[in-house]
Design a protein. Sequence first.
Length: 365
Amino acid sequence: MASCPAEDRLTDVTEFGAVASRGMVLNTGPVVSCSAWLSSREVHVATVQMVGRTWAGFRKKRTPHEVWSEWKAADEAGDSSLATVLASELLELTPESYYSWFQAGLLSKALGNWPESLDRNAQALRLFTSKDAEEFNGANPAAWNMGIASTALRDWSKARDAWAAYGLHRFQIESGPIDVDCGMAPIRLNPDQASLPHQVLFSVGETEVVWCWRRSPAHAIIASVPLPESGHRFRDTVLHDGEPKGTRRLDGQEVSVFDELGRLEDSGVPTWQAQIVGATDEDIQALSELLGQRGLGLDDWSGIRLMCSKCSHGAPDDGHEHISSTSEDAIRLGLAGHEADLGSVIDDWLAGRHGIDVLALDLLW
């Protein structure tokens, strides 16, 4: 397992999240006008059959500007079918336009069409010029989205090429699946707010922010023990976006939250709930370390914070009041692992400790 240099880990969070999925560099340059990158030549458009209607531009001479305007109107109307047709038409009109391929790739990404997103962003990457680099302050957002699409498809060779094109050359050092220690990051499972027009949000349960071991710029392994309501498990592998959506604190520093885009692998590790009385914080820390040595998981569910969506997408410690965690004598722990393994560790933990009682150990799913 390769490891990122220690000095890179803190910068990775900013570096990986520097390009928003909307297609512009955050706080690093001007927004590029769409009219500046569409050709003015006109074409005669053939009939395009829609579901239950005929294409609005039938037998009209249309410019790329007109197609783009209709595409944006389709975005506003939430008409993904129309936007899909318009994206294809724009690519036919402007086959050598970086921006056309990039915007079409964003639409494919929003719809979760990863093969198409990979192809379109690869085309954009091919057309990226030094002038484009100046407008985006040196970064190539198409390379980032190509990396996400490649990761979704487990095409690790193309993912490595994409990250290198973005400037992250260390991912080209090895071959095969990318598995690099890039530090910890909070990931929002089952995100509740779209980042792109027409985005199909991945959801298998309730929204929850969990800590993860980040293994590349676009995927991570869940290190927390998620609540069963999230539909996720300890050590699930998730695909995530690169646009920061709020922050959490880790070791006194602000760390960006990223939204889940999909689940790459279900770990199948069972989730349990334990109720324990008489244990100190030091006792729970010792149990966590013992479980970690065996590849098992622990979270203190007694301290889970319930917060509104606005604060979840921002900084939770800005003074806004939320529902307090329940305060009970028993500590409620989320545990992850198989029963025999958990039982063995708990027995070892209890040996020599007096006054601690495990009231229950219940399999949740």
